[in-house]
Each structure stands twice: as structure tokens, then as C-alpha cells.
Design a protein around this ligand. Structure first.
Ligand SMILES: N[C@@H](CCOP(=O)(O)O)C(=O)O
Length: 433
């Protein structure tokens, strides 16, 4: 078991190195060389197993003994320390709420796991590690929360100025100590480009030890496979279940594909996108033509050129037909998204956030053609309180958890920067001295 680069299968590293390096120096992404099937008895017994045990069985083969078992179990128990409720919206549609963690988004799972793995690897290190993160909204807050207590690790978060919600911005600009927020004059793809340029900059990498906390890092995206098991804990393996995944950088959907490859009997995937629809267009036409990012009300999915598309191609041996059979793609405008939020609230008294609404739209399209016995689960990836400007148009309910309100009263601390790589590089070098 090793990790290879999607651009060069001979570029091989172990788990520790893949996590510490974040991404290979050749601009590819690390992929596990083996995705072993879980024993069929394990899949049959899912309703009797606690999620922490499932998490351990899922991640253990990928960690490949590079973290001792007791430590790994401990890390997984701390990672999965909040609830993942499956809420019925109507008779064949369920929302898997992934937002009950510290930053109110699904990213808490991967961020917590990654932070603890790095903390373990750097426990006695003399040098510091600098984590670079590009965010379109949710990753930044989750990473800031997860790394706020780690020793020997600095975090630098790049976010597009004026393109994240108020709460998202406060969640990533109000942790002090080891977390710095850079407010970039550009969009998410500019932020991601700056981060990737740093990884390709050999001179810089000789001077600073950098890693990533985006889903490009295997320890950020692999744990996201775990919550796909939750609906099967409830309904058992016989139930046919399709998942609709609100998709931006496609880490979440790719993690679901890994769970399926491990033997989880997921019947279908729905890639639900906003107007940043490079993948649904590819599924339709076979041509991958990323476009500049379009700002939308489901801003965490405002990604023009999704990183994990490389991993999806790798999983399907670049076969468009195979991918198209396994994944259906739909996209929605902001008007449609808001309409879905209003309809679902009125008809079923369920408040979706804009990302969940896009996923609901995709799921309903898919279910029109699906087998009658199939049920659909949408991943509700973020709490509606993160998008109050839009949510206010749907409901007047006070939905703010107390713990979220505390962020709004804090003072934002960010460094404004251009999207020019040289400026970013100089800042990194200055900070490391
Ligand atoms: N949706 C993201 C964009 C980055 O995605 P990631 O899963 O690769 O970290 C965000 O909210 O920042």
C-alpha cells in the first residue's frame, strides 16, 4: 500500500509522507494504490456498529500502520465526536446533516482528522510546518478551528475578498495565535492557484516545510468516506440508496466513490452543482472545459476548476462512459436554488441551506427516473446560519446556535493581498524568518 501521483504512478510515497507533503511536486494529486474491499460480514453488520468503529475500519488500511492502532483509534474518536443525523424530508428523501461540528460544515471531519495526524507526526519535530489552505467559504473555518490548538503548525488561509458570508469570514479571521487569514483580491481559483504555485516552487519548499489542508491532502478527504456509511447503519445494506452531493472541489464526492469501491453498496451518485458546472458539463459531453468562477449564493461551491476531478478520472481510468454511468450531474441557478429552499420550507417545514438546496434539486431530478424502491440522501453540508442573507428570504426563524453568535462579535483580522504569486511568496518567506 502506497500513494502515487495521478500524473506519475512511479512517484510513490507512504501515508506519513503524503500527508506531510500535501501534494506531489509534479502538480498531480496523491491516490492510494489499493482500495481494499471491506469484508461482507462487516457491511452486513453496519446497523450494529458504532460510527467510530466504522471509521477505524475504513481508515486503517489507508494509514497502513504508520500511526499506532491506539493512537489512530483515539484520533478517529475525537474526529467523530459530533452527531450526523439523518432527517426525513419526504417519503423517499433524506438529509444527512453533516454540520453539527465546531464550524457548522462537513469540513470539520477531514480537518479534525488531518490536524491530529499532523500533530502526531510533528510531535517531537524541531521544525515547524506551515499549512496553506484556499477556501471559498467553509474549509477555512473548519481548518482554523481544528488547528487552533496544534503545536508546531502554522496555518495560512487564503480567501476571496467579499465572496464569503459574514459568519464564514469571522470563522476564519478571528483565531489568532497560529492562524493567519489572507484576504485575496480575486476568486477561489486564484486562491487555489497561489497555493498550488507554492507547492510547485522548489526553491520555496527548500526553505519552508509546507502542507495543505484542502481536500487535495489525502488525510483531509479520505475521512469524508466515513459518513456515507451512516444511512446504511440505519437502513441496512439491502436498501438501495443514492447520494446527492453538493459539489465544488469534488473532494466529498470522490470520498463517496472510495466508500463505494470499499464495498458500500451505494446505488448512484448525483453531482449537484451551482452555475460552476464543469463536471456536470463533462458528464454530459465528455469534454472537460473549466471556466472562470461565477459567484453564487452557494458560495462554498464556487470553484471553476475542481481539483479532485483528477482523482475522479483516475478512479475511472479516464473513462468518460464509466464515469457517466456511475454519476449523474445537474446544475442550478441561484433563482432555482432559492425557489427550492422556499418550496421545501413551505411543504415540509425543513430549512435547507443553499448548498443542500442544490443537492435537493439534483436528487429530485435523479429520483424521477430511479427505481421506486430507491431512496435518496442529500448531504446537507453546512448549517443554514452560515448563509443568513439568503436564509432570511425563506424563514424568519432564529436559527443561530449560541456558539455561532460568539464569532460575529469578534474582531476580524486579515491581511489584504493581490492575487500575484510574488506577493504571496514574499509573505511566506517573511513569516518563516
Ligand atoms: N468548498 C471549499 C473549497 C475548497 O474545497 P476543499 O474541500 O478542497 O477544501 C470551501 O468551502 O472552502
Amino acid at each position: 500500500m502506497h500513494y502515487y501521483s495521478t500524473l506519475n504512478k512511479n512517484n510513490k510515497v507512504g501515508f506519513r509522507e503524503a500527508v506531510i507533503e500535501g501534494l506531489p511536486g509534479d502538480n498531480g494529486l496523491f491516490m492510494p494504490s489499493e482500495i481494499s474491499k471491506l469484508p461482507s460480514e462487516f457491511i452486513q453488520n453496519l446497523p450494529d456498529l458504532p460510527l467510530q468503529e466504522i471509521g477505524f475500519q475504513v481508515l486503517n488500511p489507508f494509514v497502513n500502520k504508520e500511526i499506532p492502532e491506539t493512537t489512530l483509534r483515539n484520533i478517529i474518536n475525537k474526529t467523530l465526536s459530533f452527531d450526523f443525523p439523518l432527517v426525513e424530508i419526504d417519503n423517499n428523501t433524506f438529509a444527512l446533516e453533516l454540520y453539527h461540528g465546531p464550524s457548522y460544515a462537513f469540513k470539520d471531519v477531514g480537518a479534525k482528522f488531518l490536524a491530529q495526524c499532523l500533530d502526531y507526526f510533528y510531535r517531537d519535530a524541531d521544525e515547524k510546518c506551515t499549512i496553506l489552505v484556499a477556501t471559498s467559504g467553509d474549509t477555512g473555518g473548519a481548518v482554523a478551528a481544528a488547528f487552533s490548538e496544534t503545536e508546531n503548525i502554522e496555518v495560512i488561509i487564503l480567501y476571496p475578498s467579499g465572496k464569503v458570508s459574514d459568519l464564514q469570514e469571522k470563522q476564519l479571521t478571528t483565531y489568532e495565535k497560529n492562524v493567519t487569514a489572507l484576504e485575496i483580491a480575486g476568486d477561489f481559483d486564484d486562491c487555489q492557484r497561489l497555493v498550488k504555485s507554492a507547492f510547485l516552487d522548489e526553491e520555496l519548499r527548500k526553505k519552508i516545510q509546507i502542507s495543505s489542508a484542502n481536500s487535495i491532502n489525502i488525510a483531509r478527504f479520505l475521512p469524508q468516506a466515513i459518513y456515507y456509511f451512516v444511512p446504511f447503519q440505519i437502513f441496512g445494506e439491502e436498501q438501495s440508496i443514492a447520494f446527492s452531493v453538493p459539489s465544488g472541489n469534488y473532494g466529498n464526492l470522490t470520498a463517496g466513490l472510495i466508500a463505494q469501491k470499499m464495498g458500500l453498496p451505494i446505488s448512484s451518485f448525483i453531482a449537484s452543482a451551482n452555475r460552476n458546472d464543469a463536471v456536470p458539463r463533462y458528464l454530459f459531453s465528455g469534454n472537460y472545459e473549466p471556466k472562470p468562477t461565477i459567484p453564487t449564493i452557494s458560495n462554498a461551491m464556487d470553484v471553476g476548476a475542481p481539483s479532485n476531478f483528477q482523482r475522479m478520472l483516475d478512479l475511472y481510468d479516464k473513462g468518460h462512459d464509466k464515469m457517466k454511468k456511475a454519476i449523474k450531474g445537474y446544475s442550478f441557478t441561484d433563482e432555482q436554488t432559492l425557489q427550492i429552499m422556499q418550496n421545501v420550507y413551505k411543504e415540509f417545514d425543513y430549512l435547507l441551506d443553499p448548498h443542500g438546496a442544490v443537492a435537493y434539486g439534483g436528487l429530485k431530478e435523479y429520483l424521477k427516473t430511479a427505481n421506486k424502491n430507491e431512496i435518496g440522501v442529500l448531504l446537507e453540508t453546512a448549517h443554514p446560519c452560515k448563509f443568513m442573507e439568503t436564509v432570511k428570504k425563506v424563514s424568519k426563524e432564529d436559527i443561530y446556535p449560541d456558539s455561532a453568535s460568539q464569532f460575529l462579535n469578534k474582531e476580524k483580522k486579515s491581511i489584504k493581498m493581490t492575487a500575484d504569486y510574488n506577493d504571496f511568496r514574499s509573505l511566506l518567506l517573511k513569516k518563516s524568518n
